[in-house]
Write a protein that binds this ligand. Sequence first.
Ligand code: B12
Ligand code: SF4
Ligand code: SF4
Length: 382
Amino acid sequence: MSIASAAAVKARALALGFNLCGITSARPAPHLEAYLRWIEQGLHGTLGYLARPDRVARRRDLHQILPGARSLILVALDYHQAMLPPEIATDATRARIAQYAWGQDYHDLMLPRLEALASWLRADQAADVHWRAYVDTGAVLERDHAHQAGLGFIGKNTLLIHPRRGSGFFLGEILLDADFDSYDQPGPETRCGSCSRCLQACPTDAFPEPFVLDARRCISALTIEHKGFIDADLRARMGRWIFGCDECQTVCPWNRFGVATLEPTLTLIHPDRAAPPLAEVLALDAAGYAERYAATPLARVGRERLVRNACIAAGNSARPELASSLAPLLSDPSPLVRGHASWAYARLSANPIPALQAGLAHETDADARREWVLALASRSSG
Ligand code: B12
Ligand code: SF4
Ligand code: SF4
């Protein structure tokens, strides 16, 4: 079994552009029980992949991923950057996109670098090494292992926070069957103290308790992962977020120490990438969507879900002029879009009843029909 130099690997990781690197042994994640409870309580909601028995088994025992696994190399890549100018961020005619998604898809950026790090390790340090590299998609509790590797502490908002960088960074890892000449030591588990700003700031009350997130209520999960209709009582709380949400990070005092990313492809090139005019998103067809969001994190949701989210954001904008952008969507081919457009149209239009009645008369989809009925009721009774 090879014994690799921790210092050499870390120097290589930084040379490849990662901002932090730590090494820990391939033991089970210390808060594995918290994850198992989370699944048992159904807090993962519609993120079914997190509860698949084979994936649970791998999180429980990393040897199920790589037999003979000995170590984990954890890396971080900063995505933090300056906040939007207030006149853009508060412009109610614009949508909001979470900061992590302002640039290129981070998987495309990080995975080749992790592969390059592992290949270098094989060539320079450990000829017989086997590895698996992941960003996000492995059955690995990345934050728990990253804490073990000394990359930061866990916040009450569940994010991994570095005391001198805040939480605006991605994580990635290499699981491998080599040993190292030294391993990192974890710092304190948390450094939140009596602060609870994130818990109070969450617009949808998605934290049932500190360190526990209810994904069924989280705007990030609702806008990115959830495929169907979004509960009407949550819609009104979602503000103008159409992809992800940054509220529980924006309020965190540790993010005053955020370090601006050095990656040109993650850096905001135009305010519309962070806060696109809602009228433009509502008007996207499949080709326009593909052209605008290719190779970005937004490419994964598809036009239908993005426009669904934009309907909700428009409904929350209190800007009646957006009703004219919603009107064509009342006859969109997608029931998901029609249903959410009817909700938003009822909130914005001065005279929504005729269009809503016409929509209901033609509706063939049961879920969308329910939305038309509720939209009509919301204005008839008012
Ligand atoms: C599923 C998922 C989501 C879900 C669920 C999030 C959640 N909190 O569980 C949704 C879609 C909501 C989501 C949202 C976001 N995500 Co996400 N997500 C993941 C993913 C794929 C799995 C997370 C998971 O396993 N959750 C299950 C819970 C139980 O595990 P956990 O949150 O890691 O919690 C551990 C600790 O909190 C600890 N713990 C539990 N109880 C206690 C108690 C104490 C006292 C302590 C100290 C610790 C502790 O043990 C838990 C288990 O190990 C990871 C990548 C990965 N493979 O890990 C990315 C990941 C966590 N996401 C990431 C990001 C960037 C986000 C967003 C910021 C994106 C956005 N702006 O919209 C938001 C943040 C929302 C939030 N407050 O977490 C980054 C986080 C980087 C960081 N610095 O922490 C990751 C690591 C992806 C990556 N590779 O960079 N995400
Ligand atoms: S990402 Fe937004 S909705 Fe999700 S927990 Fe944080 S503040 Fe709440
Ligand atoms: S806002 Fe406060 S409680 Fe929440 S993660 Fe940051 S320091 Fe911890």
